[in-house]
Design a protein. Sequence first.
Length: 277
Amino acid sequence: MPKIVRAALAAALVASAGPALAADHTNLEEGLPITVEDAYPIKENGLEVQSYFQYNRTRNDPRGLSSLMAVPRVEWGAFKNFQLSVEAPYRVGTASDTDQGAFRAQGFYNFNQEDLVLPALAVALGVNTPYGRMAGGTETELKFLATKSIGTPDPEGLSPYSYVPRRIHFNASWFHNYDPTTGREAERRDRYRVGVGYSQLVSNNVVLVADIFRETDRERGRAVNLAEIGARYIVTPQTVLTGGVGVGFGGDRRQDFRVTAGLQHSLSFPYSFDPPR
């Protein structure tokens, strides 16, 4: 094969490899497929469309036991270490919290990169405005996130961690309701969510994820306690498929189990303001 042809093919391969950086299947997003996420935003100028469907089997609900939630979301890497996201979930089914949703806008900022001692640290601030049947009051969410790599040292001394990335994640959120409903289905003015997650590459294309968390419900006297496990699979350089299941625990739990399936697609290239070089 002539040298000029080989050079042209090599250049084409390098150029086609650029978009592969657009999607990051190791970057955990809330709901894709577990609740706990990592402390890293998407890349600067990145643009992603995300969506997931979540089936929940509730318990001790006089209206019904099942709900299905659809969540469309858009994320934008507004600048370095900062992302903006908007989503508009909606729930249908027989459970009492169905035929309604909540518009959510959130800013997410990573203020510390991971080093040998400190984890990656981030903070997020969001606003949730319910809509639909029996919609409740508007909530704000203040969220703290931390991510730390773990593993055995690299025997060659090139990295303090093993070549198989393994990370643990911590999330803690405080929700404040500015106009809680009263009466039979009284809402909490303040509630919380706290959880711990784990992620590990099991192949070049698949990331195993798991978490356990507790979230007090909007309705007084109820909570969501779930242990979840799932996987993130990168099917193309710009597309990630996700799937997971969750099992409830605890005497005051609201849910018995959960099934989640989702899609994450990057529009960063060629739509990025700064395309890969």
